[in-house]
Design a protein around this ligand. Structure first.
Ligand code: ATP
Ligand code: MG
Length: 243
């Protein structure tokens, strides 16, 4: 019997392939014209954007992206791993390349999921508004953008000072997340009516999974299997990301 290929080599090969496929998906998305293909369900093409640290990406993220895509008829969802997020300075975030590569492995098999390097290739802090503006520019005004966020993150976003400009470029899909009440949005006096009108609330299958919990589990030698895609778990082990 042949000796099995070392796991790192196997992952590097899978990553190379995933990177190629990801580039093809982006090319395809950029070359699609409005009205081509199946008769569109909506007046404008719809594309989702989901920001996050993805440290690591897990099934909570993937179910949120997939449910939002299906329910709102989006052609694709672009995951955008953050560079150095302004809100998370209290802990050391894993190398952006690791987070990007894990997201690539997690999305490889889904033709509608893409990963963007936009934020990790930028210097310093990244603001959601710059990211959304970037995608508005490359896709043009015939595409309606949806920013997908969990119930915890949407409460933060709604109180950002540039959120009123942000909603001129995209609308929001706020998905349910165990431990965070989406209905608080409706009764929060800091959030104005115009913003709420641009936000769709979406109940998704509850997954009490978080990257924080996954990192803690690795640190304590507790299992993370079935909380995230197998290849991503393999990657964390092979590259000792959380050790
Ligand atoms: P951390 O614990 O490091 O904050 P996280 O699990 O919250 O990680 P993020 O990268 O912070 O993951 O989240 C990216 C986006 O995904 C956010 O909008 C967040 O609300 C959403 N999200 C993450 N996990 C879930 C989940 N289990 N269900 C619904 N939404 C989720
Ligand atoms: Mg989070």
């Amino acid at each position: 019997m042949n000796k099995p290929e070392p796991v790192n080599d196997r992952l590097e090969a899978a990553l190379k392939k995933a990177e190629q496929v990801n580039a093809q998906k982006m090319e395809q998305l950029l070359s699609t014209r409005a009205g081509s293909g199946d008769r569109p369900r909506f007046a404008r093409r719809r594309i989702g954007i989901m920001g996050g640290t993805f440290d690591p990406i897990h099934y909570g993220h993937l179910v949120a992206a997939n449910t939002a895509r299906f329910e709102f008829g989006m052609e694709a969802v672009i995951l955008v791993p953050s560079g150095r997020p302004p809100h998370k300075e209290e802990r050391v975030i894993s190398d952006p390349e690791h987070r990007y590569r894990m997201a690539l492995l997690a999305t490889f098999s889904n033709p509608h999921f893409l990963v963007s390097r936009f934020e990790i290739d930028r210097e310093g802090y990244s603001y959601t508004i710059d990211t959304v503006k970037h995608f508005k520019e490359i896709f043009g005004s015939e595409v309606a953008l949806f920013f997908i966020t969990g119930a915890d993150a949407v409460l933060e976003i709604m109180t950002w000072k540039n959120v009123h400009e942000l909603v001129t470029y995209c609308s929001f899909v706020a998905v349910s997340r165990p431990g965070f009440n989406l209905m608080h949005l409706n009764s929060n006096s800091e959030i104005d009516e115009k913003l709420l009108a641009r936000t769709r609330l979406l109940e998704i299958p509850a997954l009490a999974i978080s990257s924080t919990d996954i990192r803690n589990r690795v640190a304590q030698n507790r299992p993370i299997q079935y909380l995230l895609p197998e290849k991503v778990e393999e990657y964390t082990r092979a590259f000792g990301v959380y050790k």
